[in-house]
Design a protein around this ligand. Structure first.
Ligand SMILES: [Mg+2]
Length: 426
């Protein structure tokens, strides 16, 4: 028996997310092997279980599977990133009806904090699952454990034994948890990518349980602090709270309260553009490309006529180019802007990431974008040395009237040349 359980985490995971989104609107795809293709229908970006069984690989070029489509064994859809984001937002909304604290981790996964909930957790998770299906049409699975890492692994188990578990696996006692840890390969553990897995296997750490039992200090020395934390999490010790993870998060948000109410479209344009630029820097730092940008603007909740609106802009192809992200943010803003409204807050969010490493750029990409890597790298390096905003796009103002209220801010003595402390020598 376990002693008192302090924390309980769950992971709600959309099954074959992109394919399932397509099935909501095209039920003839249900029960048929289906894949979603990248922009310009180049390669496979999402598969369902049935297409996996047909041998279709992630990233496989379309021409290699064309025969399967022609022989009617496989269905294909072009990617519709804005739609997938909208469905994902709806799933989150249902989740928020059941749990007070959650973290949207990626387009198809949300962590939920179930600590202190005095209900039958299995029943609650089955209810969340069936409500998401009823209200949105998205099939999901749920894994629950004492830590986020265990919740993720238990979700893996719920998928592996779908029929037996009803896609919900709740494990809070150590004996059952250890049984699963002994079964699962270490590569199934969150934070153990294929490179880490290979190194661990050389140390005879082949199963998740081996990692849980390994000397934690040695892991930190040989790898890094995140692997140590991951190993501790496997033993039930919480190291990652909500919004913390061993891997970079799969979305980036940039949002701010304005220092004063903003009415003008031009000022909102500047604000949203500078948030997009800031998020782009972060995106490049994480080595990711994004397929989707969301913009939102809102008044204060306490206004007489509160107004709050968000919109989703799907990007033509995955990008980390500030110019494209600014353009998308402006397009989105135009859709939702309402005149004569006292805006108090705006923001953008990037989501649906693809690792830049190994990404094959689109053959049909606009030629003027081909040198974007060099330009962006130059901007990033200048801004790193000279200070953020040294090189920026024309729409981003140097100073703004809508910025944070910071009338009593002390100068940036140590990080800006022009704000260095001046010493008078007499
Ligand atoms: Mg999924």
């Amino acid at each position: 028996m376990t002693s008192k359980i302090d924390k309980v985490f769950g992971l709600v995971d959309c099954h074959a997310c992109y394919v399932s989104c397509e099935r909501i609107f095209n039920p003839t795809l249900i029960g048929k092997a289906t894949v979603v293709l990248s922009n310009n229908d180049g390669a496979v970006v999402a598969r369902d279980d049935l297409s996996k069984k047909l041998g279709v690989k992630m990233g496989q070029p379309f021409f290699e599977i064309k025969h399967l489509v022609e022989s009617k064994q496989l269905r294909v859809c072009s990617s519709n990133y804005a739609l997938y984001q909208d469905i994902s937002n709806r799933v989150t909304k249902v989740i928020s009806q059941y749990v007070p604290a959650y973290e949207v981790y990626s387009i198809d996964e949300s962590f939920i904090d179930l600590s202190g909930i005095n209900e039958n957790l299995e029943k609650l998770c089955l209810e969340i699952k069936s409500q998401i299906y009823r209200q949105v049409g998205m099939p999901v699975g749920v894994g629950v454990g004492k830590t986020k890492t265990l919740a993720k692994l238990n979700n893996w188990a719920s998928k592996k034994w779908k029929a037996k578990t009803g896609s919900v696996v709740v494990i809070l006692d150590d004996e059952r948890q250890n049984k699963l840890l002994s079964f699962a390969d270490v590569g199934e553990v969150w934070g153990c990518g294929s490179r880490t897995q290979k190194r661990l296997e050389l140390m005879n750490v082949t199963k998740a349980i081996h990692l849980a039992q390994y000397d934690k200090k040695a892991l930190r020395q040989m790898f890094n602090v995140n692997i140590e934390r991951t190993a501790r999490e496997l033993t039930g010790q919480v190291c990652f709270g909500l919004e913390e993870s061993p891997e970079p998060k799969q979305n980036i948000a940039s949002t701010r309260m304005f220092g004063k109410r903003v009415y003008e479209l031009l000022e909102l344009r500047q604000a949203v553009a500078s948030y997009a630029a800031k998020a782009a820097v972060k995106l490049r730092k994480e080595g990711m490309l994004t397929s989707c940008l969301q913009v939102f603007i809102q008044t204060s909740r306490f206004d007489d006529n509160p107004y709050s609106k968000a919109t989703i802009v799907g990007l033509e192809s995955p990008t980390d180019d500030t110019r494209e992200l600014i353009a998308a943010s402006q397009a989105g803003l135009t859709r939702i802007y309402r005149a004569n409204t006292p805006y108090a807050k705006a923001g953008i969010m990037l989501s649906q990431f693809t690792p830049k490493a190994g990404y094959v750029p689109d053959l049909f990409a606009k030629p003027e974008r081909r040198n974007n890597d060099r330009l962006m790298a130059l901007m990033d390096s200048v801004n790193k040395v000279q200070g953020a905003g040294t090189l920026r796009f024309a729409i981003e103002p140097e100073t703004s009237s809508w910025g944070m209220k910071r009338e009593f801010l002390s100068p940036a003595y140590t990080t800006k040349w022009n704000e260095l402390l001046k010493v008078k020598i007499s």
